[in-house]
Structure formats: structure tokens, C-alpha cells
Write a new protein. Structure first.
Lengths: 261, 261
DNA sequence: CGCTGTCTTGAAACTGCTCAACGCGTGTGG
DNA sequence: CCACACGCGTTGAGCAGTTTCAAGACAGCG
């Protein structure tokens, strides 16, 4: 059950909580609206590539809906999906490393606000609320990356997969009529493997094992259902952190909160 | 100026490389000086732990000299050094993931500016140059992390070690009288292994192999000498990116610029 | 209908991990 | 001064998990 799982989350240290203590005056959505007034809204399709420069200058993006992926390809064919960006996330081209074949693309259809970085930077300077929004987005993304780093660096195959599935389930899962959490799996096997630092074959095997164990089911491609989130959480050492990151709020509420514009 | 350190703080040093082109009129060093005026300067020793909260509120740091390490420890004893912070880098406690046993500590002696995050945030809001400094620092750190992510996710043991050594050599190496680049290795074997997502034994073996091949020598603990940087670069697919990140300038110049104390 | 791209699965090869032992420098107490 | 313990790095042997390579299943699409 989603709702009960949140109860088990222990209160993290106050300082490590990414959410700001300052209370905003404006209703939610206003910041995004104000940002949108100064940006081009780009509608992206799955797989669509997003240019990192914009009319010769550095581009920046705020994800409004959908998800993006940043990957690098190093000489020798080493490919790594470095980060995933979700609604509310902020990305500027300078986040991508130089000389690394960096590439930003959509993994699911959605809307992205596109800026010149200089423009977004000015907005940040002129509007404290926008500044807070961006600062918090960056902090949230960074702490997510830290967990992911630990997963890729230290977990075995099954733990990595469980970590990723749990993130997905908590972020975008909705309660299925038959019980459990249903969610989209925007990445294909190769991208998912490259995100988790695994071989695609190994990943496939691991998913099969999870399916065989009854934890996971796969009604169709790009879609999954988790029967028992707690059982999944038991498979990853990062469960606590993921719960803390993806919040106390039930997955459905989160979904609405983040996906509305 | 708030100074908790017993030592009288000296005029902050120019960190020119931290803020590339965007800075406008002020001479280099001014930004750090202005930051220093609103922060406590903390002198850290090797191994010293740095608290993530400051009088109950979120702390933030700007590294002036030395290096820090952020590591997490997940249930089950999974330990990962998530990031290293060098002079000019900016860190706020919210960068550390919640419920992950996050821990910030010094890996070499140095000076750190400590803020309340709310205070630094205000500085950023009030001073466009400080804003640019912080934005660039974050971007630089993020792109470094991306390369590191690719290394941990995709490289084999030797490639990871070569990548790390090359980073160190380019960042802090100085031309040795006997030819080659000499530099400090601030991390001990365990930390280095946890940074690279390797087993300490395996890491030791790999270093031994490099030593045997004549590429690397180890005059004393915490110190190394690279005979031929190009040969080392040939071992890592990330060589190009590292060169781009750590710049064209000769290692000695960089050293003076970054490490002066 | 056959093509193509994606996913799955098997068996063999290999890399890196585990565990245990050893060397070495340092600090400490008899 | 020596004995000893301790932290840290090194090394070896065996093992486990992942990757590799190759083949087959499946769905989407011309």
C-alpha cells in the first residue's frame, strides 16, 4: 500500500531535507507560470533530441511534464545515461561535460520550457521566488544523483534495478485497480541499462527474475506494475532515501502536483 | 567579518578559473573576498568532519583551499564517496541525500567558507557576480560528476584508476625535476576505492600493475608521480573530457592558481 | 508476409570480489 | 629498548556475478 509505506519513513535530519524551510507566498504553479512567460514552450516526443545550444548561446530548460535524459558517449563506445530530468527539474547546457558526446533527449512526451541560459539567469536574479525554485531544483537533482551514484558504484544488479523501479513507482506510480502500483517505464532496455551501468542482457535477465518472483509484472512494453512496494523496497539499500526523496505524499497526489502546469 | 577559526583570515586568493567568461568588471578574487566577508572561515585538517547543519539551519560552504569529500553510507554497509570538492566549489547541505548517512569531511587541509544557506542565498540574490560565481561552480561540479558517473558506470578497474589519476595530475600536479608530474593523493585506499566504486583490494592490485608498468611511482604514501601523462591519458576513455574540464593551461600555472596558501 | 528493432535466454569466459595472510610503519606500555 | 597491537596497504587463491556472444521470440510496420 502506498499510503502506509509513507508512514514507515523515518524523519530525516532536518538539514538534509531538500525542501526549503521558507514558506512561499504565491500559490503553487505561479513560479512555473512566470517562468513560462519568458520562455519558449517546447513540446517533445519520445526519443526526440533537444539541442543544448539555442541560437548560438547556452540553452537552459525547465521540465514541465514528461522526462528527459542526459547521456554521454565516450570514445570506445562507452555510453552512460548520466541523469534523468523530471517535471520541475532545471537543466543548463553547462551541466553537460565537454568533449563527452553529451546529448539531451526526451524519454517520454512532455513540455519543456526553453531559455537562453543568460535569460534564465536574469530571471533568477530579478525574482527571488524563481531563484529559490531553481536553487531547490538543483539541490533536489544533486541529492538524487548522489543516491544514483551510490547505486551504480556499489549495488549489484538486482539492487540497482529495484532502486530504479522503486524510484519510478514512487514518482509516477498510480494505484492500480487490482492493487499495487502501475507506472510507465519510459526507458527502453538499452537506455535503462546505460542508466544503471549494466549490460542490457544482464538487465533483461534480472527483470525476468523479478517477474518470475511475482514482484513485478509487465502488461505491455513501457509499462509495469509493482504488486508490493514494500517487498521491492526490501531489495534495495536505498529504500529509505528514496522514500525520503520522493516524499511523504501519496504517489497519486505527487503525480497531480507535479504534472499540472 | 565572522571568524570562528582562531587564525586570522588572510585576504582570499584569486580563483580565476572558477568564473570563466561571464564575470564583468571586478578583478579576480573580489567575489571570494566579498563572500568571505559574510562567512566564517573554517580551517580544516585532513580527515576532519564538517557538520552539515549550522546552528540548526542548513549550512553551505565554499571551498577556498584543500579538498572535501561527501560520502554516503547506506544500510548494509554500502559506502560511496559521492563527490569531491575542490577550491572554488560550492556545496549546500541540501545537496546531500536524506536518510543516506551523508557525511562531509576534509581530505586535505584547507580553508572553507561556511554560511547559513539562507545567508548565501541572500548574497546570491543581492550580488549578480556572486550569483554567477555560484552558478558556474554548480555547473562545473555537475559536469565533473557526469564524467565520474560514466567512469563508475562503464569503465573497468584500470580505466577508473587512470581517470582519477589523470584528474589529480591535471588539477594539482606540478612538473617534477626528474620529469613527469608529481601530485598529492589525498584519499587513502579505502576512500579512493569507495569513490571509484571498486574494492580496495582490487584497487591496490591495479595501482601495483600501473606501478609495475612504470607509469606511476609512489615515492611515499599520499604522493605520486606520473612519468608520462599522455600514456596515462591513453588508458582512460575520458581523457578528452578531463583535458577540457581541467583546462589547457599548463599544470604548474593551474597549481599556483588553485593551491596557493 | 517478411522485415527490423527490441527483448529474451543460454552457455562460456572473464573481471572483480571475498577472505585470509603478510609486510610495514607507528604508537604505546612494560 | 623491545614487544605488541593497530592501521594501512599489498598480495594470492578461489569464487560469484556480470559480460560476452550467439541464437531465438515477439511485436510493429512497410
Amino acid at each position: 500500500m502506498v499510503t502506509t509505506s509513507a508512514l514507515k519513513t523515518r524523519e530525516p535530519l532536518p538539514l538534509t531535507s531538500a525542501s526549503p524551510s521558507e514558506t512561499k507566498v504565491s500559490p503553487p504553479g505561479t513560479v512555473l507560470a512566470r517562468l513560462g512567460a519568458h520562455a519558449a514552450t517546447v513540446r517533445v516526443r519520445r526519443g526526440q533530441s533537444v539541442a543544448l545550444s539555442f541560437e548560438g548561446s547556452e540553452a537552459a530548460f525547465v521540465v514541465r511534464s514528461g522526462a528527459l535524459m542526459l547521456h554521454v558517449t565516450l570514445p570506445g563506445g562507452f555510453r552512460q545515461v548520466v541523469a534523468l530530468f523530471y517535471p520541475g527539474d532545471v537543466f543548463r547546457a553547462a551541466f553537460a561535460p565537454p568533449a563527452a558526446g553529451a546529448h539531451l533527449s526526451a524519454v517520454s512526451p512532455g513540455d519543456v520550457l526553453r531559455f537562453r541560459w543568460s535569460g534564465l539567469s536574469q530571471l533568477v536574479a530579478s525574482d527571488p521566488e524563481i531563484a529559490g525554485f531553481v536553487e531547490n531544483a538543483v539541490a533536489r537533482q544533486t541529492s538524487r544523483q548522489a543516491i544514483h551514484m551510490a547505486a551504480v558504484g556499489r549495488f549489484d544488479c538486482q539492487q540497482r534495478v529495484a532502486t530504479y523501479l522503486m524510484e519510478l513507482a514512487m514518482r509516477t506510480g498510480v494505484r492500480a485497480p487490482c492493487g499495487g502500483l502501475a507506472f510507465e517505464m519510459p526507458l527502453n532496455r538499452t537506455d535503462m541499462a546505460d542508466y544503471l551501468g549494466l549490460n542490457a542482457d544482464t538487465l533483461s535477465r534480472t527483470m525476468s527474475r523479478l517477474r518470475a518472483s511475482g514482484l513485478l509484472s509487465h502488461p505491455e512494453r513501457h509499462r509495469a506494475l509493482i504488486r508490493d512496494l514494500d517487498a521491492l523496497a526490501a531489495l534495495t539499500p536505498a529504500a529509505q532515501s528514496i522514500r525520503a526523496l520522493y516524499g511523504k505524499m501519496p504517489a497519486d497526489a505527487r503525480h497531480e502536483c507535479l504534472m499540472t502546469d
